[in-house]
Design a binder for this molecule. Sequence first.
Ligand code: GKR
Ligand code: MG
Length: 433
Amino acid sequence: MKNPTLQITDLIITPIAVGDPPLLNAAGLHAPYALRIIIELETNAGVTGISEIPGSEQIRQALERAKPLILGKHPFQMNLLKQLLTAHFGVDTADQRGNKPWDQRQLIHLFSALEVASLDIMGKLLNEPVVNLLGGKARDRVPFAAYLFYKYEGAGGTLGFTIDPEAEGWESGRQKEALTPDQIVEQAKSMCAAFGFQSIKLKGGALEPELECESILALRKAFGEEMPLRLDPNAIWSLETAVKYGKQMEGVLEYYEDPVRGQEEMAQLAQLVDIPLATNMCTTSFSDLPGSIHLSSEQIILSDHHFWGGLRASMELNRICQTFGRGFSMHSNSHLGISMAAMVHLGAAIPQFDYALDTHYPWQSDEVIKGGKLEIVEGAVEVPNGPGLGVEIDQAELQRLHENYKICGLTERDDQAAMQAKQPGWEFQPLRW
Ligand code: GKR
Ligand code: MG
């Protein structure tokens, strides 16, 4: 159904702060709130498309600046919108990504925000789920992996770093300290019991490599050979360290995610350790792919529609991985149900599905969609059936989380500052061990 008069009439940008537990990573510690931005793209057809992206004041301001460029434009003409945005903001460069575990480039956030909302509008007008706009379902249920973190005790958000003594099940597991291999095994058991995950990823780069390797070996012992395991030190290990501990995890890890920094080191490591290497830090854009293929630096590329420019770009990435014999999976950051729905539509549509996808979803108890959190059953999420993304904003929750944002005092993700509040003088080191 073509509607030549369809126009964008408004872009509502709402920054929110979502309770997030004190999770440790290479860059420091998660603050009590994770920042997200919720987008509502209104049209003259009375249909509004929604999307969710990582929050940052810089990205929020960029969205505000993008607004006059896109008002009055057709919401399906993403190629034109991209041209306008690129002309205005200039292209993202590789070093804008930054050396932290997450991506800080500007344009990709804008594209993703607009493209997902545009697909949501399209789906709503056609009365079809987004997955059908991506070519239809290749599967009904999308498998995710348990995502374990070393952490301090506490739930984050309004609970700060304290615990809720009434909490039960995963709600209690979510709040517990995990700083030892045994505590990591306990966290894994609690998370897998609650959600039925059938793969496990451990966020590394937080504690001594020896301890992280011990945790992987303890997980293997506790869950047996059937449970695929992954470790992600977020590129702060030296080649020597990655080889030393990689050797101990050969035959144990399903994949080794970004142990070292940059394609050259990943390529060297690939020659020295017999574990497939995965990345969301060394190969992060289409322009990085030729180098990755040429050097054979990674065997698995971790997509993320927030960072690769949307759902259709991620479909293209999946096709390229298929063409060049590379595995494909998905990266995540702390997020809510709108992002989750988009990830599930994409995960259901990709022709090549190799590995359960990453998600931080169990760590966040807040939600911004009506009906509460999407269910994870037996480690998988069913594709929402409704039109578009199949999820709707709960406006009362959106306002509550926006109030959180206004009072929490955070405007950018800063894991180093959060860590310094616990350990004065702590500093992020791009090469730590
Ligand atoms: O949430 O702390 C975290 C992670 O470290 C995240 O920021 C990373 O981007 O999960 C991500 C990864 O796989 O590198
Ligand atoms: Mg990673």
